[in-house]
Design a protein around this ligand. Structure first.
Ligand code: ADP
Ligand code: MG
Length: 455
């Protein structure tokens, strides 16, 4: 039965996509029929269908195929309206409620994401790379006259952006229990927006978002390229700033570097305080490990880490804090299962895969060298201003690989390629992405180089 298969595919997606994405995009899909190799889903809006098809279509299709279901294609359509009366009734509810009586702010159900109990200021370890971000977050949490609006936090994955945002929310709730703090991911924001379009309840949407005292939107880079969501975000943002309400935003890049974000939004985001979380250094990692090890020790009494194990981890795992935490958790679990002291040898053995993965750090220099080699060019050609295709194309390939294999920012990559502008890098990345789809030679070159560099 295809419906059973759909159930299994859903379960798998739930596991791989995570709760947020699953409940936003997969759960609302309704499988309607399967006929001549096409599986049809009912979706709330065309936009929704488009989005799901583009972002999750392949995975859904693969799920069906893996289960042995004969299908060539998925189709996402908005079902024809059932009865005009039903639609009208639905649309009429919020409108008449709003005109009869404006709901008091406290009655409005805020659609935020839950806050993680562990993500408090107490649990946040401060070091050089994050001290500015931490200080700014503290200041915002203390409230008082709004000083930085918005506070814009940015930095790579796992550096503590979400942690700091939750900490602000907890602290404000402690200090001002009446304040309405709304924390949500940009994806949630967009989902709410799409829902309100679907139920023709834009009024309710606007009212809800404009009624908060503090709005926090996490991972705002997500709405880049999504025009109508951006538009609505912009209006919400302005309305709140006009009322002197605090806004906190996070992203994985600086506002100016978020490709596909409207200029007016970029400039608004830059109006407040923009602070970045730098990659961790050894001291900070060690501090975090010590703090987390204390917490773990409460769960696993009797587990002993030998001297030097934390130092070893701080030294060897420098990618992101989430990985570091994962490694520590695994060590504690392992030690409590086998009842052995965790020595350096045990740690090395138990974490072999994580250690290997974090060893494999590719540098831009290596990329430039390998690409030059592959295309028989001189190193100086890669960095020179020459624009002949025979040089420019390999250079673009190298820029593309630098973007996908390293965590360097676009301006940094530009600088390393003979002081080029970040827009040149953006252009190169796009160009190679396009070419990979239509030019087999390029696709092969890129794949080969990537494998060599990652090996
Ligand atoms: P981001 O949102 O920047 O990707 P998170 O805030 O989700 O990163 O952090 C990833 C994990 O690392 C979380 O479990 C968080 O508690 C932890 N973490 C990051 N930075 C710190 C820090 N300075 N002190 C304590 N824990 C941290
Ligand atoms: Mg985050």
């Amino acid at each position: 039965m295809t419906k059973d298969t759909w159930g299994r595919v859903q379960n798998e997606l739930k596991a791989t996509l995570g709760k947020d994405a699953y409940s936003n995009w997969i759960d609302p899909l309704e499988m309607v029929e399967q006929a001549s190799g096409v599986i049809r889903f009912a979706v709330p809006t065309n936009f929704f269908g488009d989005w799901v098809s583009r972002n999750y279509g392949d995975r859904i299709l693969q799920g069906f195929l893996d289960d042995g279901c004969p299908v060539d294609r998925l189709d996402f359509t908005v079902p024809a309206r059932k009865s005009p009366a039903a639609v009208q009734r639905r649309a009429a509810v919020p409108a008449s409620a709003a005109s009869a009586r404006k709901p008091a702010a406290a009655e409005i159900d805020l659609p935020g994401s839950p806050l993680d109990k562990r993500f408090t200021f107490d649990g946040f370890v401060v070091g050089k790379p994050n001290e500015l971000a931490h200080a700014a977050a503290r200041r915002v949490a203390e409230g008082g006259p709004v000083t930085f609006n918005p506070l814009f936090l940015y930095g790579g994955v796992g550096l503590g952006k979400t942690h700091l945002m939750h900490a602000i929310a907890w602290e404000i709730q402690n200090l001002q229990p009446d304040a309405k703090v709304l924390y949500l991911s940009a994806e949630q924001f967009m989902y709410r927006f799409v829902q309100s379009l679907r139920f023709k309840d834009m009024l309710g949407f606007k009212e809800m978002f404009r009624s908060v005292d503090v709005l926090m939107v996490d991972d705002v880079q997500f709405i880049a390229g999504k025009e109508s969501t951006q538009d609505e975000f912009f209006h919400t943002f302005n309305a709140l700033v006009d009322q002197n309400k605090q806004i906190v935003i996070s992203a994985d890049r600086a506002p100016g570097e978020i490709d596909g974000l409207e200029e007016r939004i970029k400039s608004r985001l830059q109006c407040g305080l923009v602070v970045d979380l730098h990659p961790t250094d050894y001291e900070l990692r060690l501090g975090i490990l010590q703090s987390k090890a204390e917490t773990q020790a409460d769960y696993y009494p009797g587990v002993v880490l030998a001297d030097g194990v934390l130092e070893f981890l701080a030294h060897r795992i420098s990618t992101n804090v989430r990985v570091l935490e994962g490694a520590l958790t695994r060590l504690f679990a392992f030690a409590s299962l086998v009842g052995r002291e965790v020595t350096l040898d045990v740690a090395q053995e138990c974490l072999a895969d994580i250690l290997r993965a974090s060893d494999r750090k590719v540098t831009i220099d290596e990329i430039i060298r390998k690409v030059a080699d592959h295309y028989n060019l001189r190193l100086s050609d890669m960095l020179s201003p020459r624009r002949a295709r025979s040089v420019a194309r390999p250079r673009q390939v190298a820029m593309f690989l630098s973007k996908v294999l390293t965590s360097k920012s676009l301006p940094e990559i530009g600088r390393r390629f003979g002081g080029r502008d970040h827009t040149t890098v953006i252009h190169a990345v796009r160009r190679i992405e396009e070419l990979k789809a239509i030019d087999n030679q390029i696709a092969e070159d890129v794949e080969l180089l990537r494998r060599m560099l990652e090996a």
